[in-house]
Design a protein around this ligand. Structure first.
Ligand SMILES: NC(=O)c1ccc[n+]([C@@H]2O[C@H](COP(=O)([O-])OP(=O)(O)OC[C@H]3O[C@@H](n4cnc5c(N)ncnc54)[C@H](O)[C@@H]3O)[C@@H](O)[C@H]2O)c1
Length: 260
């Protein structure tokens, strides 16, 4: 059974929307009729996404923006609000894997990169999205955490810390706006075959060797499967869900320590 969402006439900002999960989600929103304002690093990815989306007949804008830069993030949101008048959905998805190594082998720059992109970047989105959605009477926000936002994993300590932080931010902001018709949720994906996963474990094979033994369903997920969760949480089908972090991981989390 194919689930079909209808986002026609809705406007979505996707930050970290150029590759991997973000790109798959942008395509799924476009197929469901939404107009898109996409940000991320790499104009070539943004431009190729625009080409891919064009035949679907929805509006799409791309603006290369570094989520660590608060001025650039203010400008991005200003542009998106001017372009579409109203942003109904925000997907805060930008993230980096950082260096995979024990914590005592990381330096200040390793720490700063992870916390600045994965956590400050989200703060830099929420601080603009929330007042806009309050003024417009509502909206839905989805933030990308990780399975590593609900568990620890040796050699990714600061990545884990940043993703646990995303859930703390999500839960607290959800409470701040619960009576403003704004829902704020997080997704916590397990392993998804994207450039980030390959980067974290050195290669596609390195990723498979490390994570496959920990996934009861016996496979790494496709970004399009994560996109479906983002669309669900952004849709009226999730109208009473807020402040949640939904794990989507082929059973890895509930299997827990049995896997090791
Ligand atoms: N792939 C996985 O297994 C997995 C699992 C759990 C969570 N995640 C999370 O999913 C999100 C998307 O990752 P992905 O796996 O699709 O990888 P990806 O590398 O394909 O995508 C990362 C996205 O973030 C953007 N980005 C990176 N640094 C940025 C910056 N400084 N400013 C603005 N944008 C920036 C990139 O341009 C890209 O659009 C990340 O937050 C990641 O932590 C991924």
């Amino acid at each position: 059974m194919q689930v079909k969402y209808d986002f026609s006439g809705k406007n979505v900002i996707l930050i970290g929307g150029t590759t991997g999960i973000g790109r798959a989600t942008a395509l799924a929103f476009a197929q469901a009729g939404a107009n898109l304002f996409v940000a991320g690093i790499g104009a070539e990815f943004g431009n190729s996404l625009k080409e891919e989306v064009k035949p679907l007949g929805v509006a799409i804008e791309f603006m290369e923006t570094d989520v660590r830069d608060s001025k650039a993030m203010a400008a991005l949101h200003q542009k998106a609000f001017e372009r579409f008048g109203r942003i109904d959905v925000a997907f805060n998805n930008a993230g980096v894997p950082g260096k995979t190594a024990p914590v005592h082998e990381l330096d200040d720059a390793d720490y700063d990169l992870l916390m600045d992109v994965n956590l400050r970047g989200m703060f830099n989105g929420l601080r603009h999205q929330i007042p806009h959605m309050i003024a417009k009477g509502g909206g839905a926000i989805v933030n990308t955490s990780s399975l590593f936002g609900v568990m620890g994993f040796a050699t990714t300590a600061v990545y884990c810390a940043s993703k646990w932080g995303v859930i703390g931010l999500t839960n607290s902001v959800a409470l701040e706006v619960a009576r403003k018709n704004i829902r704020v949720n997080a997704i916590a994906p397990g392993s998804v075959m994207t450039p980030l996963l390959r980067g974290m474990f050195g290669s596609e094979q390195g990723a498979k060797d490390t994570v496959l033994p920990m996934i009861p369903m016996g496979r790494i997920s496709d970004p399009s499967e994560i996109a479906q969760l983002v669309l669900f949480l952004s849709s009226d089908a999730a109208s009473f869900i807020t402040g949640q972090a939904i794990v989507i991981d082929g059973g890895g989390f509930v299997a827990g320590a049995d896997q090791f």
